[in-house]
Design a protein around this ligand. Sequence first.
Ligand code: CO
Length: 200
Amino acid sequence: MKIVRYPHPSLRYPARLLTDIDERVRTTARQMLDLMYESKGIGLAGNQVFYPYQLFVMNVKSDPQQRELEQVFINPVIIDRKGSVEGEEGCLSFPGLFQKVRRAKTVRMQAYNLDAQPIELFTSDVHPEIQELTSRVLQHEIDHLHGVLFIDKMGAIAKLSSRSKLKELERDYRKAQGRGEIPSDAEIEKRLRNGDMPLM
Ligand code: CO
């Protein structure tokens, strides 16, 4: 399992609902958490590992020792948002790019956990120290599952100052494709449509 980088088509592909939460899904979630820690990330969505299903993992402290903060959400939906706050954001699929993004201050989310139990998370109830960050991660990751990226949510100035970094990422991606390290976009899109597993 590897994290795909912009502009890999998986990042723009709307992830499918997971209808069966089985051992394979649990294994994938565990691998995603380990990969997230390895990359010093605080959240990772299925699309980012070429797994086009509605699943994301998070730990806002990025600390494998703090297992109580480790969470896996399946088929998540935000049912309410309150307030608005701007903060710095990055993404493991855009190494080196950090920009201010405006997000809701608190959200209410419904999802399923790995035991297929419905859960609800209201970030107003989260410890104040990590409340804003938790809300931000939930919105960022759920966007991923719909093929929406943080570059879409940036203001005009942030977008403008991201341009050269995005061009660089696009160049690197095409070069890796030229070397045969990444399949062609047409092949990737075919695999996404078929949901062939494993995709990597
Ligand atoms: Co991201």
